[in-house]
Design a protein around this ligand. Structure first.
Ligand SMILES: [Cu+2]
Length: 262
């Protein structure tokens, strides 16, 4: 092969490799426009989760683009026709220290920067509102393959004839710290509400408290995010967020209906 042909071949293959980071970055830039990005967030802690996502995404993006460009450059640089013999190396201690220390520091940075969001979402449950861990608004049972929400009777009991049970549809008040108790009747499921940036596993044998404060009335998707069997795809529910006063009258109406049935 002539050296011009060889050069052209190297150039073409190098450009093909270069297409990977270019397409990767382009997809990220266009994702929102193409509807592949997150939905907007409508919970009080949603923005802090998004911020963490952005921090980690930028770290990953810079690393990805950097290593891809190096790869492309090395590919071109070391594919010369009369390449020299491979060299033997015992390694480079300084270089190894550097590439161990940098990821370690980045991981420590990630660990510290997520502490506040984690404690807000998973540790410090609301104590000042109408609903608390001891007195939740509702219990949610996950089972193969549905969601079942139970609202307690007027005294706050979850047992008895006056408990309201609704499949798939969860109705909650807006601008209120809602606490719920998550349970599973069979296997692992995961309670995932994308617009709240909320995801919590439902574990058989455990009662797991979950909280959120919705900031905007509307109907939002509830998805099972843990592969739980053949009907996993059917575990698509809805969260209806109502203005506070509408929620109060909705709940009162459910209680009335309960008696109307008898
Ligand atoms: Cu599932």
């Amino acid at each position: 092969m002539s050296s011009l042909k060889h050069f052209l071949l190297r150039a073409v293959i190098t450009l093909l490799f270069l297409a990977v980071p270019i397409l990767g970055v382009w997809t990220f830039v266009k994702a929102e426009e193409w509807g592949l990005w997150f939905p907007p967030t409508y919970s009080t802690y949603g923005p802090s989760i998004d911020f963490l996502f952005d921090v980690i995404m930028w770290m990953v993006a810079v690393t990805f683009v950097g290593t891809e460009l190096l790869l492309v450059w090395f590919f071109f640089r070391y594919s010369k026709k009369d390449a020299t013999r491979a060299t033997y190396t015992h390694g480079n201690h300084t270089l190894e220290m550097v590439w161990t220390a940098i990821p370690a520091l980045l991981l420590i940075f990630v660990a510290f920067s997520q502490m506040k969001a984690w404690s807000t979402v998973k540790i410090n449950f609301p104590e000042d509102g109408p609903y608390t861990v001891a007195k939740p608004l509702m219990e949610i049972y996950a089972s193969q393959f549905d969601w079942r929400v139970r609202y307690p009777d007027a005294q706050g009991n979850f047992e008895g004839a006056d408990v309201i049970e609704v499949p798939y549809d969860i109705t909650v008040p807006a601008d209120t710290k809602v606490v719920l108790r998550l349970k599973s009747r069979d296997v692992l499921h995961s309670f995932f509400v994308p617009v709240f940036r909320l995801k919590q596993d439902a574990v058989p044998g455990m009662e797991i408290p979950v909280w959120f404060e919705a900031t905007r009335p509307g109907d939002y998707d509830l998805i099972c995010a843990e592969l739980c069997g053949w009907g996993h795809y059917k575990m698509a529910g809805k969260i209806h967020v109502l203005p506070k006063d509408e929620f109060a009258s909705w709940l009162a109406k459910q209680r009335e209906n309960l008696y109307a049935k008898d």
